[in-house]
Structures are given as structure tokens and as C-alpha cells.
Design a protein around this ligand. Structure first.
Ligand code: PHB
Length: 408
């Protein structure tokens, strides 16, 4: 069917659109969007969240699995999840492996904090269940989404999964619609700045039916490339190794994958427990920020406003930190019909975003091997890792950044 540039059907509109009003329309229904609508509902603010993807599609997207302490507290304290404590695994540190050995960063000892291994898909399931339990208005599998009049009187149009057209007028619109955000693109060029960084490598990610190879995560740097040994459960493991961004995951046999992983971590004294590989994907790397994170009556949150490379697992944590601040500022904006809190949100969120951009960039460039790395490059990286792990000041920075800066 023909669709005009903003996605409205030109012909064959199934029926007259249903017109409704809400206080906050949220484009996206991933973890950031659902956490936000949950927090807004607790403050007595109405919302509608829509997503192009079905609930099942979102559940089946594998993402990172490490939550900062504040992310765990947000899920527990606001009544979204107890499962995060029951089914998650507390990690009090990580291993940084390089130069033929391994060095533990002791989060508890250095900053008195921990992280929780709990996959993003489970965070999403808990949030979607909580919204359903609380009667939240969440529409998955919608099509033909468009947003208009964002500076004045915002309207979000879409067709629901039954083919019914909708037109939702809202006081404010939140673009929590991921790294390919439609909302982000509605901000005029003259009113926003975009910052990019591409990397000449990607991650080859697998899920393997095997017991854990170590009690905590291993970030392994070696001349054979970076590898990350993570976990999911007692019987399922998540691992990654550095690859070319154009790599085709389907062409790799299990044997070839295991050999590559064993060589990378073997250089630092580890041996992995192997098993059947049940999933394999190539994850591209990119750093991106769009500033400011507001325009008129639109605000951006999570991946729609910023992307970090996955080294250090900041993506979901940053998105949750965004919406914690956004819920506070939106509450002010809605109750006082004032735009000023949106600018305050952008400023508060960006302060954390740039710290996380730096941390993710540093973890990435410190641990990966550049495609044409010289022996000097590799030895310099080992020097950086030794300086960091061999000093309390260096290790404390890493522990603080990894477990998450205090909320502001
Ligand atoms: C994961 O478990 O998927 C994971 C953990 C740590 C990272 C990235 C991904 O830095």
C-alpha cells in the first residue's frame, strides 16, 4: 500500500481514525518507554505507548545483561520486579585479562557497590507484565506511525495491530524509539547537533548451552583480539569476540567459533567450557549522541538520543537513568504546562550520557585490537591496562564507572 513520506496511508485507510487524548504519548515500548510510563502512572500521569515491534519480537532480541545497582533498585523499589533479585546473579567484580594473566577489579572493596547479571530481555518481560497488571495502555505491532505539531499541539498517528487507525493528541511526546528513531529525525537540523564515532570492528555474540567458565565476567585483551566471557544461567552462557563488522555469522561453524574464543582467552590463561551454540549474531559498534534531548513538546530518551558501544554494558542502564530523570521533569512539565523542565531533563541526562560515552569508548579502545595494530599499539594498551589495574585510583575509577555514578 502507498505510504506518504511521514508514513500515512494514502489510500485504503481501513476506517475513520479513533481520536483520543492523553498527557504523554510515548513512541516505543522497549524497556526505557515502559519504565517511563510505569513511573508516570505512579505519579498519576496518563500515557499511551506504541511500538512497531510485537511483544514477542522485543522479547527475542538479545542485548546486554548487566544492571547497575541503581537500575536494580529502580526495578525493585517501584514494584516492577522481584525476579531480578531471585533469578539474577550479583557480581562483586570483573576480571580484566591481558598480558598472559588476569586482574580482578573488586567493586565491593573499591566502591562498596555491585552489579547484577540479569538480561535485558527479562527486564523487558518484567516491565511489560507490570504495565499489563496495572492496566497501562501499551500497543505493540502498530504500523504507519507519524508524529506532527511537536512544537505546538502534538499528535501521534498510527494503525493498531487490528488495522484500526488512531490519532492521539498529547501534551508531550517522548521518542523512546531506539537507535533508528523516527522521533529524533523530526527535530530540524538547525536545532540539533549530532556526534558520531564509528569503530573498525564489531562483536560476534553467541549463546552456548554450557556451564559457566568463571564466576564473574572476563574482559580479555590479547593480540588475537578482544573476547568477553559473560553468563546467563547455570546452563546457558553468553560470549562475544571481536570480528570484522561485515562478518556473516551464519558462515561460522561451532568449532571455528570455539577455536577463536579459546585462542583469545587462552593467551591469558583461561580455558572455556564448550557446548552447543544456540544463537549467533554480529553486533555493530557505534557511539552517537544527539543534543539537546528535547525540541518543542518532544523529548528523546535512551537509544533514540544516544548509543554506546557495548563494552561496559551501559546502554540499558543509561536508558533507565534517562527515564528516572525524565519522569520527574515531565511530572513538572505536565502539572504546570511548562516547557522549561524539558530543557532541565536534557541537561541532567546529558551530563551522565557523556560520562558513559567516555567510559564505553575507553573500555572499547583499551581492550580491542585495531585491524592494523602494530606491536607498539598492543604493548601500549597493555601499559594502559597495567596502569589501571595496578593502581587503587585507576581501579576505583573503573569500579565507579562500571557500577554506575550516583543519580543526579
Ligand atoms: C552481556 O552479558 O551480554 C554483556 C555483559 C557485559 C558487557 C556487554 C554485554 O559489557
Amino acid at each position: 500500500m502507498a505510504v506518504d513520506p511521514v508514513g500515512r496511508r494514502q489510500s485504503g485507510m481501513p476506517s475513520t481514525p479513533v481520536s483520543t487524548k492523553t498527557q504523554v504519548a510515548v513512541v516505543g515500548a522497549g524497556p526505557a518507554a515502559l519504565m517511563l510510563t510505569h513511573l508516570l502512572a505512579r505519579a498519576g500521569i496518563e500515557s499511551v505507548a506504541i511500538d512497531l515491534r510485537s511483544r514477542q519480537e522485543i522479547e527475542e532480541t538479545h542485548r546486554a545483561g548487566i544492571l547497575e545497582q541503581d537500575s536494580v533498585d529502580l526495578l525493585v523499589d517501584t514494584g516492577v520486579s522481584e525476579r531480578v533479585l531471585r533469578d539474577g546473579y550479583r557480581h562483586d567484580g570483573i576480571e580484566l585479562a591481558f598480558g598472559g594473566g588476569s586482574h580482578r577489579i573488586d567493586f565491593q572493596g573499591l566502591v562498596g557497590a555491585a552489579t547484577q547479571l540479569y538480561p535485558q530481555t527479562d527486564v523487558f518481560i518484567d516491565l511489560a507484565d507490570a504495565r499489563e497488571r496495572d492496566g497501562g495502555d501499551v500497543r505493540f505491532g502498530v504500523t504507519d506511525v507519524s508524529v506532527d505539531d511537536l512544537t505546538d499541539s502534538p499528535v501521534v498517528r498510527f494503525i493498531d495491530s487490528n488495522g484500526q487507525g488512531h490519532q492521539v493528541r498529547a501534551d508531550f511526546v517522548v521518542g523512546a524509539d531506539g537507535s533508528r528513531s523516527l522521533c529524533r529525525r523530526t527535530v530540524p537540523k538547525a536545532e540539533r547537533q549530532q556526534y558520531f564515532r564509528e569503530y573498525p570492528f564489531a562483536w560476534f555474540g553467541i549463546l552456548a548451552e554450557a556451564p559457566p567458565s568463571a564466576p564473574e565476567l572476563i574482559y580479555s585483551h590479547s593480540p588475537h583480539g578482544f573476547a568477553l566471557i559473560s553468563q546467563r544461567t547455570e546452563t546457558l552462557q553468553r560470549m562475544y569476540f571481536q570480528c570484522d563488522p561485515t562478518e556473516d555469522a551464519r558462515t561460522w561453524s561451532d568449532d571455528r567459533i570455539w577455536e577463536r574464543l579459546q585462542t583469545s582467552v587462552g593467551a591469558n590463561g583461561y580455558t572455556l567450557k564448550e557446548g552447543a551454540i544456540t544463537s549467533r549474531t554480529v553486533l555493530p559498534f557505534r557511539s552517537f549522541v544527539q543534543e539537546p534531548m528535547h525540541h518543542g513538546r518532544l523529548v528523546l530518551a535512551g537509544d533514540a538520543a544516544h548509543t554506546v558501544p557495548p563494552t561496559g554494558a551501559k546502554g540499558l542502564n543509561l536508558a533507565l537513568a534517562d527515564v528516572r530523570v525524565l519522569a520527574e521533569e515531565l511530572e513538572r512539565a505536565v502539572t504546570q504546562d511548562d516547557l522549561a523542565p524539558l530543557a532541565t531533563y536534557s541537561k541532567r541526562a546529558l551530563a551522565r550520557v557523556w560520562k558513559a560515552q567516555h567510559f564505553s569508548y575507553r573500555m572499547t579502545t583499551m581492550l580491542h585490537t585495531l585491524p592494523h595494530a602494530t606491536p607498539f599499539d598492543v604493548r601500549r594498551q597493555e601499559g594502559e591496562l597495567a596502569a589501571l589495574t595496578g593502581s587503587v585510583a585507576g581501579s576505583t575509577y573503573l569500579a565507579e564507572a562500571y557500577t554506575g555514578w550516583p543519580a543526579r
